[in-house]
Design a protein around this ligand. Sequence first.
Ligand code: NAP
Length: 455
Amino acid sequence: MGIATIDPATGQAVKTFAALTPAEIEEKLDRADRAFRSYRRTMLVERSRWLRNAADILERDAESLGATITLEMGKPIKEAAGEVRKCATVCRYYADRAPEFLADEPAETDAKFSYVAYHPLGVILAVMPWNFPLWQVFRFAAPALMAGNVGILKHASNVPQCALAIERVLMEAGFPSGTFQTLLVGASQVEAIVRDDRVKGAALTGSEPAGASLASIAGDCIKPTVLELGGSDPFIVMPSADLDAAVRTAVTARLLNTGQSCIAAKRFILHEHIADAFISKLVDKFAALNVGDPKDPATDIGPLATPTILDEIEQQVDACLKVGAKAPTGGFRLDRPGNYYAPTILTDLPEGCPAYQDEFFGPVALTFRVPTLEAAIDLANSTEFGLGACAWTTVEAEQKAAIERLDAGAVFINGMVKSDPRLPFGGIKKSGYGRELARQGIHEFVNIKTVWIGD
Ligand code: NAP
């Protein structure tokens, strides 16, 4: 598939785009490099003003930008404008807080005066996925631009109109020409861009193979990277939990964005005393969901973004069913045009089936029973991923054990894992490294410069 908008609800090609030629890429890199030389000298107060303008534009255009998201990757329209508004919050957060995060930090040494300064690195490449096509990019762009870096975006090939819209928003907001550019390029064109001397670092959000490939090329060139990769987040429920609240949250935690979220709760690890009750309530809720046209505001679950994702989720579920797993609801693709898969719950998963290791990137909840919290944590930690985790319990000792022993970049107690501009976001193990958002996110692509001044 080339760079194109293909409506996931119908399978129809809407618009195709030509990938940039090497000469066009060269022109854009040159522009970015030249933009950096003057942009790095702009004042923080100016950058904040532009970022606040961007927030205003995002709010003004939330509905139309949301419609573009829905058209290109099938997000239910009732969630899409919310994604755009969330981008405004990250712009405002860094517009307000970056001056504090980037301020010089005095250090007591033998110098007359010494301090740590945070200076920009230059042109940073962002390789981004389609699942939150605006949010993923703005959470990179807002801190990068505030820090004085310049951004170039290689977005997923199925969301070109979102990619172009992001550049338009930032340019309309007043950022100087060349400080943020969308490059319509395929994955095979990324290597040459990473290797280009003008590019000083790269962030990738996406799959493990893409992350490993980009990081190995960047490593070869000694360039910093941040990787936000996949996850198979556990959702642990203990007997003391408020079961109805846990079930209600479980539906959103698993099915938001039709289940295509890195931090979606994917494995429901249930204490055996509440497992039957939890599953039965969850089945009722899944079965009652409205699956259909993502452009319809009444739709809860839309199509998957591409036919490949649909095939993959179908194969994963079939492999589990083949070895004895049960599907009390769902377990099949829908017989209609578009990439639709029924909201599915799997139980009785035999050890060794894909559910124990793989990421299920779609509307499929995997359920497991355990006799103790100890067993729940062991199972939770038994994948290669370590993005988020949540545990539902009102017992303080259990909360403490979950926080201390769950191997994940984030642990939420009695709530679902979510991203928030005020909290760092990222994973461990094969979920990646580095952090986005919060103070930690803006410090990823800066030169942490030591300054020592003698008499
Ligand atoms: P993907 O195939 O890795 O694509 C993500 C981006 O990487 C796209 O722009 C893609 O371009 C590009 N890409 C693919 N292969 C590449 C390569 N070898 N070199 C350089 N760039 C390459 O990921 P996906 O399957 O679309 O997205 C789903 C995955 O992303 C899931 O595993 C999900 O958990 C993860 N994700 C993680 C986070 C997080 O914050 N941790 C957030 C969202 C999603 P093309 O589209 O042109 O192939």
